[in-house]
Each structure stands twice: as C-alpha cells, then as structure tokens.
Design a protein around this ligand. Structure first.
Ligand code: PRP
Ligand code: HPA
Ligand code: MG
Length: 161
C-alpha cells in the first residue's frame, strides 16, 4: 500500500480526470450494453457520473465502502451493499491500490464488470479494465482532495541532487 511516506506524488487535475474518465467510457462503450452502473462511494462517484453521461446510462446504484482514514488503511467497512449478482452491470471506482476494496466488491457482485481509472500493481489483477497504471509507492491526489499551493522543487525534496 502506498501511504503517507510514499515518495511519489501523482496529482490529477479536473481536466486530466475528465479525459481519463472519458477514455474509460470509450472502452466501456465497446463492451456494453450495460444494465446500469454501480458507483463505489465516494471515489467512484465523479468518474461514474462522467461515464454515465457518455454512455447515456441513467440507472445508477451505489456500494458504500470505506477502508482508508486519510492515507491510513484499515479494515473495509461496507455501509451499503448491492442486490443481485451484477450480471450486465458496470462497477466504477476511481482506483485499485492494494485490491482490498476490489476483493470485497468481487465477492459481493461476482458477475459485474469492474473498471477503474487508475490501478496500482497489487490491485491490477482484480480489475477487468483500467486506464492508467501507477507504481505501488505512488499516492494519487484527486482534484476534490487538493487545492493549489506552493511545492518544494524536486531537488530539495530529495535533499539535494
Ligand atoms: O485497493 P484499496 O487498497 O482497497 O484502495 C482503493 C480504494 O480506496 C479508496 O477509497 P476509500 O476507502 O479511501 O474511500 P473514499 O472512496 O470514500 O475516499 C479508493 O477510492 C478505492 O475505493
Ligand atoms: O493513491 C491513492 N489516492 C487516493 N486515495 C487512495 N486510496 C487508496 N489509495 C489511494
Ligand atoms: Mg473509494
């Protein structure tokens, strides 16, 4: 798991997220049609909205899972599940990291297609489709979690070149 000590930071802007979510929508358009989308709260909500718009899907359900307090992982808590085996449904989350959330989803909704925008190596085998892979020691910063601020030059972050 990438945590607060991760050396690599991967900030994603709204524009990049939109572009990557649309790339995922193109991929999912080829594999449809879909009964509906299951958005994994909360990180999957924005990507799911963009994909639903592109694929003209209006039936959206949620699975509500929480497994991180900020960047610290703990046990996954399922606050709301899904009825049915998920046949013909598309599960959307923002990313897979360790794959813990994906494992819970796979067990809960075994026949759905599981897609994320980003994937780290440990979680990658658990997703059916993803757009961009980042290394395991990278923390992805989503646009809804950040604001513009000063950052140290890389040379100083590394303690001098
Ligand atoms: O592969 P994993 O190690 O399980 O990590 C991936 C999950 O962690 C984050 O959700 P989080 O539980 O932080 O809740 P959030 O979506 O509400 O931010 C992210 O949105 C994924 O759902
Ligand atoms: O890299 C990440 N970024 C944001 N949320 C996350 N939840 C697990 N891994 C990550
Ligand atoms: Mg999440």
């Amino acid at each position: 798991m990438a945590d607060k000590d991760s050396v690599k930071h991967f900030p994603v802007s709204w524009e990049e997220l939109h572009r990557h979510a649309k790339a995922l929508a193109w991929r999912m358009a080829e594999k449809g049609p879909w009964q509906g989308i299951v958005a994994v709260t909360r990180g999957g909500l924005v990507p799911a909205a963009i994909i639903a718009r592109e694929l003209d899907i209006r039936l959206i359900d949620t699975v509500c899972i929480s497994s991180y307090d900020h960047q610290n992982q703990r046990e996954a808590r399922v606050l709301k599940g899904f009825d049915g085996d998920g046949e013909g449904w598309l599960i959307i989350d923002d990313l897979v990291d360790t794959g813990k959330t994906a494992t819970v989803l796979r067990k809960m909704i075994p026949k759905a297609h599981f897609a994320t925008i980003y994937a780290k190596p440990a979680g990658r085998p658990l997703v059916d489709t993803f757009i961009t892979e980042v290394s395991q020691d990278t923390w992805i910063y989503f646009p809804w979690d950040v604001e513009l601020q000063f950052t140290q030059p890389i040379a100083q972050q590394r303690g001098g070149l």
